[in-house]
Write a protein that binds this ligand. Structure first.
Ligand SMILES: [Zn+2]
Length: 266
């Protein structure tokens, strides 16, 4: 496995994070830091992430868009079982994705919050014990590990970890910036107009359940997954209102490119 070690001075590294409503980014400065650079699929990114989680003593805070990796899920559970504070923020759509580990983690008692109002929670970062930050394009998925072209940085720096931890805490408390608008004609300067929200899985599943549906149709499809269900299906009950597409017949659903759910067999 090819590993590149870089020693960089972080005084010139600019992180583009919103600060309050000022959206000006932060320049993180401090001592030197060490960065390990990995590329997927050739480097063992999942193994690197697991080995970092295995070393955690106090906390692992992760905000990842897509999470299907079994070894990483087990590493988080192992960490929690030895007393490490494990918190995971996922995009709000994760519970409806077929191979997502969101439900598995939830069932294992891992603290999860679902993030997302407008847009998607597209981050892939993890902070460990105030000194390790893992980030890059690499989602915590089997596909990213075996097939995709991705990059992963493992940064050892207290200053960078602090910056990412602050952003994680904003997601966790639902106080992150959700939406901005341009405030100049060149579209280079923005201001925040809306703060986001964070829901536990239970809170999320309880809202907008398609219980009352006779006026809407016999079957309900998910706009993104293109699967359709009986409204009583447990997967249908997890859909957000905005993602529901209703049909009066199977033919109508199939003609519109939807496929029947394998659980409820509509
Ligand atoms: Zn179904």
């Amino acid at each position: 496995m090819k590993r590149i070690f870089l020693m960089i001075l972080i005084s010139s590294l600019v992180c583009v994070f919103p600060v309050g409503s000022l959206i000006c980014g932060q320049t993180v400065s401090g001592s030197t830091c060490q960065v390990r650079v990995l590329f997927s699929p050739q480097d063992n990114c999942a193994r690197e992430i697991v080995s970092q989680i295995d070393k955690a003593k106090n906390y692992v805070y992760a905000a990842v868009y897509y999470f299907t990796s079994r070894p990483i899920a087990y590493a988080l559970i192992k960490a929690r079982d030895r007393g490490v504070d494990v918190k995971v923020c996922l995009d709000k759509e994760q519970p409806t994705y077929e191979y997502s580990k969101s439900r598995f983690l939830q069932n294992q008692g891992i603290n999860i919050r679902l993030i997302g109002d407008s847009g998607i929670m597209h981050n892939k970062f993890c902070v460990i014990d105030d000194h390790i930050t893992i980030t890059g394009s690499y989602n915590w998925t089997v596909r990213a590990d075996l097939e995709n072209d991705e990059n992963l940085l493992v940064i050892e720096s207290q200053e960078i970890a602090k910056t990412y931890k602050e952003q994680f805490n904003k997601f966790w408390s639902g106080t992150h910036v959700d939406t901005c608008v341009y405030k100049d004609k060149d579209r280079l300067v923005k201001r925040a107009v809306k703060v986001g929200s964070a829901l536990s899985c239970d809170e999320y599943f309880d809202k907008d359940k398609p219980d009352e549906h006779p006026d809407k149709g016999k079957y309900v499809g998910h706009k993104n997954s293109k699967k359709f269900h009986y409204p009583e299906c447990r997967w249908a009950k997890k859909m957000n209102k905005e993602n529901q597409v209703w049909f009066n017949s199977q033919k109508e659903a199939i003609d519109k490119g939807y496929v029947p759910c394998k659980v409820c067999n509509p």
